[in-house]
Design a binder for this molecule. Structure first.
Ligand code: ADP
Length: 496
């Protein structure tokens, strides 16, 4: 405590210590004058005032500069002192603006301060002095303002593109979001929505098949992405795309998820229309092909006695071409079924080695240009969609044949590895450049090579295969060297 009686002036040592302290004023509690009893060098340096102009003056004779910025400021300061006198409690003013002359600059510049007022009591517990300390927090305030400004700009830019931000605390499920969120979910701007509201609006199939799985997966791999259907309160159906990341604490526990959400109804409707068109066109093409195939089979039977080698091979070749076309059309039909919830897997337990043999037998019938090899290791049961996995193996074998020279080997292997089976198809063909290896699993992607220019295809076989494998929670990948050949692998959980 400095001084016990109102008139007790701090002794010399205290005075020196006080004067060296940063931005401090010792103010006598002689309201309404509030005489300044001591002032630190820091305060004088900041205000550019000499000590004699401050010492002994009333606080409000010195402190008046801010009134031109905020006329209520003078009253606010008086209120702080009045409150302190009445309650005898410390009063902090965390941020206030008080402009000062910058040394060198001929004018005042905005400055921000944090101001703490401590009552100093005498022996009768009356307020004798007020110790005021100022800290210059201009840099912090400006940094905060800049951060807020850039956050605001980011928000504006994001909302201009129709994007909303969201944040979910995993500890207590607190859900916060930017303004645009309400609009994306079909509410009028400013409506407050909860996580439960959002969940109710999600299409039940997508909630079960996509959202819950994506959420669990995000906790494992740290990122969040899905496109799902939602119902607006007016009953209309919309599509949204959500992307996000998971944040972890020091113990690597997930604490928060944050991300963006956009309405993609328009582009999705376009995509759906295109898919519907493909589905319809493929379906229409299938009917004449089926009858063409039937006629060819009839012709083959009728011509069984003919000795004309040309006619015989022409019918067989025509049959093969019809089969090829049927396979392509099936590919398109499957593609259009890849919408969420549309590609349904029917799991059964079956021997994957037997399935590989079956696919190879079929391929040999369709074309006997290559040596297809497979050494079955006996029965290897897995639980999966048999027809779909057959389709994947068939795609890989057909590609191996398509992209390699006649007479070369295509070797299949199937091994159990832990809880998985790994199937591989190796060819001695043209190979795939490293830059294409990452992309060939994308829809409609085809490597542009001189060697494969004449080989027909639509770039959907591997896309379909990878979708099928992923939906089985498996993996598909390729190892390849240009000019030497490729090995495609897929692994599947045994699941039995
Ligand atoms: P498509 O064969 O109908 O073009 P896919 O999706 O099956 O479509 O394959 C995509 C692309 O990957 C092919 O266009 C080809 O460039 C490349 N590719 C696939 N399999 C092989 C292979 N065994 N050898 C070399 N390139 C291949």
């Amino acid at each position: 405590m400095i001084g016990t009686e109102p008139d007790n002036i701090p002794d010399d040592l205290f005075r020196v210590l006080f004067e060296k302290s940063p931005g401090s004023l010792l103010i006598k509690a002689d309201a309404p004058r509030f005489t300044i009893a001591a002032v630190s060098d820091g305060y004088l340096k900041t205000t550019l005032l000499p000590r004699e102009e401050v010492l002994g003056k009333g606080f409000f004779d010195i402190y008046r500069a801010n009134v031109d910025i905020d006329p209520s400021d003078d009253i606010a300061a008086r209120k702080v002192f009045a409150y302190l006198m009445r309650t005898r409690e410390k009063v902090d003013v965390p941020v206030f603006r008080y402009d000062i002359f910058e040394p060198g600059a001929g004018h005042k510049t905005p400055h921000y301060w944090s101001f703490s007022n401590i009552p100093i009591l005498d022996s009768q517990q009356r307020v004798a002095y007020i110790l005021g300390t100022f800290t210059d927090i201009t840099a912090e305030v400006k940094a905060k303002e800049a951060a807020q400004e850039s956050e605001h700009r980011l928000l504006l830019a994001a909302e201009a593109t129709g994007m909303a931000f969201w944040e979910l605390s995993l500890a207590d499920n607190t859900f916060s979001y930017s303004q645009h969120m309400a609009g994306i979910f079909g509410h009028s701007p400013g409506t407050s929505i909860t996580l439960a509201d959002v969940r109710v609006q999600l299409h039940p199939d997508d909630m079960e098949n996509i959202v819950i799985k994506a959420f669990d997966q995000a906790l494992i791999d740290g990122s969040y992405f899905y496109e799902v259907r939602i119902y607006w309160p007016n009953g209309s159906l919309h599509w949204i795309r959500t992307k996000g990341t998971v944040q972890y604490n020091k113990n690597k526990e997930p604490v928060r998820m944050l991300g963006t959400v956009v309405d993609i109804t328009e582009s999705k409707s376009d995509e759906i229309r295109k898919n519907d068109f493909i589905a319809m066109a493929s379906h229409e093409l299938k009917t004449p092909l089926t009858s063409l195939k039937a006629y060819l089979q009839l012709m083959e039977t009728k011509l069984s006695g003919t000795t004309d080698p040309f006619v015989k091979t022409a019918v067989v070749k025509s049959g093969n071409q019809v089969n090829k076309m049927t396979a392509l059309i099936h590919g398109f039909l499957d593609l259009s079924r890849l919408e969420p919830g549309k590609l349904k897997l029917v799991h059964t337990t079956f021997d994957i080695n037997a399935l590989i043999e079956e696919v190879l037998t079929e391929s040999r019938i369709l074309s006997n240009t290559h040596s297809l090899r497979f050494n079955s290791s006996g029965t290897l049961n897995i639980s999966a969609d048999r027809a779909k996995i057959g389709q994947v193996i068939s795609n890989l074998v057909n590609n191996a044949i398509k992209y390699s020279a006649k007479g070369s080997y295509v070797i299949l292997k199937c091994e159990a590895k832990g809880d998985n089976v790994v199937v591989s198809v190796t060819d001695e063909g043209i190979g795939i450049k490293p830059k294409d290896q990452e992309k060939i699993f994308q829809r409609f992607y085809r490597a542009e090579e001189e060697e494969s220019k004449h080989i027909s295809g639509f770039g959907i076989g591997l896309y379909l295969s990878s979708e099928i494998i992923q939906r089985h929670k498996g993996k598909i990948w390729v190892e390849s060297r240009e000019g030497e050949g490729s090995t495609f692998y897929f692994s599947l959980p045994v699941g039995v």
